[in-house]
Design a protein around this ligand. Structure first.
Ligand code: B1M
Length: 209
């Protein structure tokens, strides 16, 4: 199974075939990162088809499910084995937003770089981030994801609610519509454009890099 074929399986939502196809590509020598990059590119194609009215929400959902199943196969390889603990990080997708693939990749990368991750899931109200910081030990970072232009205000509310309740807590934000300028404007301590760089940025803002 070539990486190109994996891309097509994601685009066409072949969720029953994806796990075996990803495993086959790995066995044939493909790198996990290459496969992941292709699947991310597939979601771009899916988004474009949605924008042009070629597909609708159900197709977008099944493509997302397919990608998530593919990521499950890559996870043990990409997540690695981190024995050191850099502290706990609370992560979630902000209120009103149901997109979780990017968040799940960020969770995976932060975990592999040594953070204990508490994943609050999607559609997380601002106050829930604060509660989770209080409920867990040794929380050093909160990470918020937002994928919609319409939920950018919720990202702002999340950062401002966390900072009002916990002024010392570091907050990192990201997601497709987020820019470094917006992150700064809403008072976040850091912004990362992708899952890989989120780990580097998280360590940098905590003075661990
Ligand atoms: Co939605 N959706 N969606 N969708 N969806 C987008 C985002 C969209 C761009 C599609 C499009 O129109 N071209 C568009 C948003 C337009 C906009 O806001 N300007 C859109 C829309 C409009 C909608 C609905 C409103 C559609 C509707 O109902 N009419 C609706 C909203 C629902 C809601 O959230 N309330 C909706 C619903 C859905 C599904 C539920 C069907 C499904 C999500 C399922 C799921 O996540 N389990 C879905 C999908 C799959 C998409 C696309 C196609 C793919 C998203 C994705 O997973 N990408 C998307 C189009 C696109 O992205 N091109 C689209 C792959 C993923 C790896 O990338 O999440 O960007 P991403 O994560 C990246 C970075 O952003 C970054 O790291 C990741 C890469 O390494 N990152 C961080 C993310 N979070 C980070 C946090 C960090 C740091 C980096 O630090 C904390």
């Amino acid at each position: 199974m070539s990486i190109q074929e994996i891309k097509i399986l994601v685009e066409t939502g072949k969720s029953k075939k994806i796990a075996a196809a990803v495993q086959e590509a790995l066995d044939a020598g493909a790198k996990a990162q290459e496969i992941l990059d292709e699947m991310i590119a597939s979601m771009g194609v899916v988004g474009d088809k949605f924008s042009t009215g070629e597909i609708f929400v159900p197709e977008m959902l099944i493509a997302a499910k397919t990608m998530s199943k593919g990521v499950e196969v890559l996870k043990p390889i990409m997540a690695g084995d981190s024995s050191s603990s850099l502290g706990t990080c609370i992560m979630g997708t902000v209120a009103g937003d149901l997109h979780d693939i990017g968040k799940n990749l960020v969770v995976m990368m932060l975990e592999s770089s040594g953070f204990e991750m508490v994943d609050l899931g999607v559609d997380v109200p601002a106050e829930r981030f604060v509660e989770a910081v209080k409920e867990n030990d040794n929380v050093v970072l909160v990470a918020c994801s937002g994928l919609l232009t319409t939920t950018m205000p919720a990202l702002k509310e999340a950062v401002q609610t966390i900072k009002a309740a916990l002024p010392e807590m570091k907050v990192i934000v990201g997601g497709a519509p987020v820019t470094p300028e917006y992150a700064q404007e809403i008072g976040a301590d850091g912004y990362a454009p992708d899952a890989g760089s989120s780990a580097t940025k998280a360590k940098e803002i905590l003075g661990l890099a």
